[in-house]
Design a protein around this ligand. Structure first.
Ligand SMILES: Nc1ncnc2c1ncn2[C@@H]1O[C@H](COP(=O)(O)OP(=O)(O)OP(=O)(O)O)[C@@H](O)[C@H]1O
Length: 668
């Protein structure tokens, strides 16, 4: 009978041992998909991976600094109550889990000790008690899981809000350096890793810690000698697991880099699909992608080999523990110092201890990942590179005695000895002590060869960048003294290649409305949108679309033609009724009809505004009140068309002669 039960128990333990191994695998694999996903773009430190896998060796190591750890834990500060409740529930549910082996041992002993009616009565009582205990465990578990998951999401939401807010307020130089994909990755993936490190991970880690402490305690309680036998394998296993963890960490970093390279191909090719197709490079791109994913597969083979060896070894040592516990346990049973129930409980506790220890390793790994991800997020959240966004207050109506009105903005714009280099390219002097007066209320065409700095002038006027020396004023007021938002609200811009949002035409035009959209009443806004699109000669084509103003324009406005996009962008710019309009003309020629419509619209909106046109078309230039020619970072010539054409060997004359400018017959 005893032998039969031992055989049963042996089968049960073999299952437990397999479960133990699978559970180990689960504990480690559990994080793998998320790691792969999040690290596709990011290495351990949270940086975008370097382009070659070779460089991966040089990545900085994450060291657990208490400051960083402290800052990470501060994320959970607002959620103390919820996390506290979750921890109490965690202790309760862990207590229930850890009581299972104890009760199981008791039942086995009961089966051995009692017979017939007595056994039935006792079994009934025990079952009733256990139903109650398990019900409490289930409720506690439900509460813990619900609280932890919702808290995690609340923390993610809070960091995302902060991060998005911080990113949007950065100056342009920040965006010149950062890759969009990387910022998106910080917002989506890193925030999740960080939040997980201080919620789910804390919960899992605490459970692992309490269960291993309780498990070891109970093992010693049942049989100190057997506990020592069982636990002798823990230190070598721990060393093995740490070494294995390090190896896997290195290997998986390489896997992540290889994956990132494969993803880079996908990202870039998808976003430039028109170029790929136009050059018929589909085959070449498929091969390139296949090569990249083959690199991933090779590394995965290595990883699989390592996992195989490790789990083979842990499986073997797990079985050896079982064997030794059986042997020593059997000896103790023969000396009647241990019951079969105790032995069963003991083995189950040993199983839980094993699972929990692996949980502690995972906790450490996740915490490291959280710290790694947080470093990049903290550096964005640091106040560096923020724009000085000053919102105009109710009482601020004047600057230096001048009323903040559109009349002020209609005064001359003066660039006074402005020198400028882009922060990302400090070796190139784009504007060299440039002085320019833009007459208020008139149209100034700026021309010059490609790359001479025409668009840069507009960027400085909008204060996307600050000049290294010199100043820009409107009337007597330097633009640096004006509230930034007010300055920008009074300047309408239409870039060379307008980019629209993927929403409807109506929403794209309404985007020009100064102030928060929700505060603008629909009834007031709609006529303004219609009027703006009329002025910009956009209403004609919009009305012909099946869904008119509700037509979705596709990503970046891809569903509209170049001329249509320009007119929607023009509508958006004039909706805000700006005193200053900056138009960067498209370098490529529009068809004659579009060209005519754009030109006609421009003539309508030029009235009572200062207009700066970064001009590429001779037709526009001829109509301008003044023309400024930019050359070698300075204004080389300024005057009317007739005046500039009269300059012998003049730059403007040469520009016209070499037909650098697009000439379109607007009367067509
Ligand atoms: N964000 C930037 N970061 C670094 N350099 C820049 C940046 N934008 C422009 N540049 C450089 O500054 C110089 C002036 O560029 P800008 O765009 O003002 O020329 P442009 O006269 O408007 O040219 P185009 O007529 O071809 O549009 C160029 O050498 C360009 O490469």
């Amino acid at each position: 009978m005893v032998f039969h039960r031992l055989t049963l128990l042996s089968a049960c333990i073999q299952r437990s041992s397999n479960l133990f191994i699978r559970s180990h695998q689960f504990q480690i694999y559990k994080f793998t998909p998320r790691r792969q996903f999040s690290l596709t773009f990011r290495n351990q430190r949270g940086d975008r991976p370097p382009p070659s896998a070779k460089n991966a060796e040089k990545r900085p190591k994450v060291k657990l600094s208490f400051n960083e750890l402290g800052r990470l834990f501060q994320l959970a500060q607002h959620e103390k109550g919820r996390i506290g409740c979750a921890i109490v529930l965690l202790f309760l549910s862990s207590g229930v889990t850890m009581s299972v082996p104890y009760f199981l041992g008791k039942i086995i002993d009961m089966l051995q000790t009692y017979k017939h009616d007595e056994l039935r009565t006792r079994l009934k009582q025990m079952t009733l008690v256990l139903v109650g205990v398990f019900a409490v465990g289930a409720v506690a578990n439900f509460g813990r899981v619900y609280l932890i998951l919702t808290t995690s999401q609340r923390i993610i939401k809070r960091i995302r809000e902060q991060l998005f807010n911080s990113i949007l307020r950065k100056e342009m130089a920040f965006f010149d350096k950062q890759k969009t994909g990387e910022l998106v990755n910080r917002l989506s993936s890193d925030t999740e890793v960080m939040s997980n490190a201080v919620t789910q991970n804390i919960s899992d880690g605490l459970r692992a810690l309490t269960q291993s402490v309780a498990g070891v305690g109970l093992m010693f309680y049942i049989s100190p000698q057997l506990a020592l036998v069982g636990l002798t394998t823990v230190p070598p296993l721990a060393v093995g697991a740490i070494l294995f963890g390090r190896y896997i960490k290195r290997l998986s970093s390489k896997v992540q880099d290889a994956l990132a390279q494969a993803t880079d191909v996908v990202e870039e090719r998808f976003s430039n699909i028109r170029t790929v197709k136009a050059f018929s490079k589909e085959e070449q791109e498929i091969q390139l992608y296949n090569q990249r994913i083959s690199d991933v597969l090779k590394l995965k083979y290595k990883e699989s080999l390592a996992y195989g060896v490790f789990f083979g070894m842990t499986g073997l040592s797990g079985n050896l523990i079982v064997l030794s516990v059986f042997y020593f346990g059997g000896v103790s049973m023969s000396q009647e110092s241990l019951t079969i129930g105790d032995l069963s409980s003991f083995l189950l506790y040993a199983f839980w201890v094993g699972v929990s220890i692996s949980g502690i390793f995972s906790f450490h790994l996740e915490l490291m990942k959280g710290v790694g991800a947080s470093q990049a997020v903290w550096s964005i959240l640091n106040e560096n590179h923020n724009e000085k966004l000053t919102f105009i207050g109710e009482n601020q109506r004047t600057i230096q005695g001048e009323a903040l009105t559109s009349a002020l903005m209609l005064r001359d714009i003066i660039f006074d000895s402005v020198s400028f280099r882009y922060p990302t390219r400090p070796d190139v002097l784009v504007l060299d002590n440039l002085t320019l007066r833009v007459p208020g209320g008139q149209v100034l065409a700026i021309c010059g060869s490609s790359g001479s700095g025409k668009s840069t002038l507009a960027q400085l006027l909008l204060r996307f960048y600050e000049p290294q020396s010199g100043k820009i004023s409107i009337g007597p007021i330097p633009i640096t003294d004006m509230p930034l938002q007010w300055l920008r609200t009074n300047i309408g811009t239409v870039p060379q290649e307008p980019i629209l949002f993927s929403s409807s035409i109506y929403e794209n035009i309404a985007y020009g409305y100064p102030g928060p959209l929700e505060s603008a009443q629909e009834t007031l806004l709609k006529p303004k949108v219609l009027e703006a699109s009329n002025t910009a000669n956009a209403s004609g084509f919009i009305e012909q679309l099946p869904e008119k103003y509700n037509t979705k324009v596709g990503e970046r406005g891809a569903m509209l033609s170049g001329g249509q996009k320009q007119r929607v962008a023009l509508s958006r710019a004039i909706l805000r009724d700006p005193s200053i309009l900056v138009l960067d003309e498209a370098t490529s020629a529009l068809d004659a009809q579009s060209e005519y419509l754009v030109q006609e619209a421009l003539e309508k909106i030029m009235v009572n505004r200062t207009v700066i046109i970064i001009a590429h078309r001779l037709s526009t230039i001829i109509k301008a009140d003044q023309i400024a020619v930019l050359d070698k970072g300075r204004i080389a010539e300024q005057g009317t068309y007739a005046q500039l054409m009269n300059i012998e060997n003049g730059i403007f004359r040469k520009l016209v002669a070499t037909q650098t400018m697009v000439d379109v017959d607007v009367g067509a």
